[in-house]
Design a protein around this ligand. Structure first.
Ligand SMILES: [Cu+2]
Length: 151
């Protein structure tokens, strides 16, 4: 009786140890898309959810996309009732948190010289973190808005 209790406790501890070990380095991108470039424009935005299921917070200092010459983290702020974008030099995502990049809020700004990239269907986006490593996803370029934008 006592032995059985002892064994199940040890097994339970070992199981939780393995599960937490497995969760390490789990930082990933979900629900990502890039807004198709409007002809004549040289910028577009990418939206995604960044999830941090690792055992530490992660600081991201830069972003890159293979269709863009340059990419930046942007936030949306209202100054005197006018919406403006601000570049963020870094973003931090705490352990077990999800960070949403959504229209009207935090987003990735992609600076694109060549509008022919619209013929592509995807772009590889990579977020660079000195403490958590690179997080990468092949992100679809969305031609049409899925839902009407709220202004
Ligand atoms: Cu922007």
């Amino acid at each position: 009786m006592f032995k059985n209790f002892f064994f199940s406790t040890v097994c339970g501890l070992m199981l939780s140890f393995f599960l937490s070990g497995h969760a390490q380095s789990r930082v990933f991108i979900e629900d990502a898309y890039i807004r198709a470039i409007i002809p004549g424009q040289t910028v577009t935005a990418a939206y995604l959810t960044l999830k941090n299921e690792s055992l530490a917070s992660c600081r991201f200092v830069s972003v890159s996309a293979d269709i863009a010459e340059r990419a930046e983290f942007h936030s949306h702020v209202h100054v005197d009732g006018v919406g403006r974008m601000r570049e963020l030099k870094e973003i931090v995502i705490a352990q077990d948190e999800a960070l949403e990049f959504r229209p009207g809020g935090l987003h990735l700004m992609l600076f694109i010289e060549n509008a022919e990239v619209n013929e592509k269907s995807r772009s590889v986006i990579t977020l660079h973190s000195p403490d958590c490593g690179d997080v990468t996803d092949a992100v679809p370029i969305r031609r049409k808005a899925v839902k009407p934008s709220i202004k």
